[in-house]
Design a protein around this ligand. Structure first.
Ligand SMILES: [Zn+2]
Length: 326
């Protein structure tokens, strides 16, 4: 390399480095709590509110506060809400039966809100073929064994979280708030598909909310429109507090975000309405008139900003841990 070329090369490298420093947004990406929170807020803009609560570093992570005022609702032609305010459950209709996502806290809730909710919606709970459990926390698996026993549904969880379940203590006898640990069913891993009839749901492992938490890509229909949900399966930061776990969280969002972008995902979804505002959107949906936009369809750009908020809040939390350790 000639000397003048070397100077050009060094100059270009410095420019690239500077772009890297400023490239991700209007804010400098210094690795500090304040810089990451500022970047999260910049990505959130005025319209993304609930996901930004990750930057409050609460450890609860949207755990189940048990109130029962949510009504079951049809969201898309093939997607139904059958959850409660504290935690969501969803049903997907296919040409060969129903796929349920998550099972609430316990058998009583599964009976009242999943089985009962499906009936209220005119759907037949005996057609539940799969129950996909997003992760091994009680508020998602507590009703699963009830659905497996009553409707012969196959329980689906990541291989990693079946292992997590096997290491858990069953709830104390007489505790009806927590459901029994589900018996091992079908195990999925990163990149697998759960297919029923005409519908395939893609599965991606997105730790560390639990080691085997999974996120899903779900095809949706609204009349003759087609949409795609990016369903985030493990939201809160209530995992063992380590810098490595926050790095893992960031990497999981990066990985799933790339898949979601490739699928042009335009419907952000989650398993707690405190994160995806499902209940507010259901109210908007009830008031929707013909020709108006669907309140669950926010577009890829908004989805990408939600991922960015998750990443920046995780990096803020990691910086906070690092500072505290000094
Ligand atoms: Zn959880």
């Amino acid at each position: 390399m000639r000397k003048s070329d070397l100077v050009k090369f060094l100059f270009a490298s410095a420019a690239v480095a500077a772009l890297g420093f400023y490239g991700a947004g209007a804010f400098a990406q210094a690795d500090t709590v304040d810089a990451h929170i500022a970047a999260a807020k910049a990505a959130a803009g005025s319209d993304i509110v609930s996901p930004l609560s990750l930057c409050n570093f609460r450890q609860g992570g949207g755990g189940a506060q048990v109130t029962y005022s949510a009504e079951p609702a049809k969201i898309f032609d093939n997607l139904y809400f059958i959850g409660i305010p504290g935690v969501s459950a969803w049903a997907i209709t296919t040409s060969a039966g129903l796929i349920v996502i998550d099972s609430l806290d316990n058998p009583g809730e599964a009976q009242t809100y999943i089985e009962g909710g499906l009936k209220k919606l005119g759907l037949d709970p005996t057609q539940i073929k799969y129950v996909i459990i997003t992760h091994a926390h009680n508020d998602h698996f507590g009703g699963a064994q009830y659905l497996a026993d009553k409707f012969h549904a196959t329980l689906v969880m990541s291989e990693t979280d079946w292992g997590t379940i096997e290491r858990m203590q069953p709830p104390p006898a007489g505790n009806t708030n927590r459901g029994p640990l589900p018996k091992r069913g079908m195990a999925v891993k990163d990149g697998d598909k759960v297919t029923l009839g005409d519908t395939s749901i893609e599965v991606y492992q997105t730790p560390p909310h639990t080691p085997g938490a999974i996120s899903l890509i779900i095809p949706l229909k609204d009349g003759n429109q087609r949409h795609t949900a990016a369903f985030w399966g493990g939201i809160g930061f209530n995992f063992p507090q380590s810098e490595q776990n926050y790095t893992t969280y960031f990497n999981s969002v990066e990985k799933f975000s790339k898949v979601a972008q490739a699928r042009n995902a335009d419907v952000p979804m989650a398993n707690h309405s405190t994160f995806d505002d499902a209940l507010k959107k259901i109210d908007l949906l009830k008031a929707r008139r013909a020709g108006q936009p669907h309140p669950f369809v926010l577009g890829w750009d908004t989805q990408a900003r939600i991922f960015k908020v998750q990443e920046e809040c995780a990096m803020a939390a990691r910086a906070r841990l690092r500072t505290a350790a000094k």
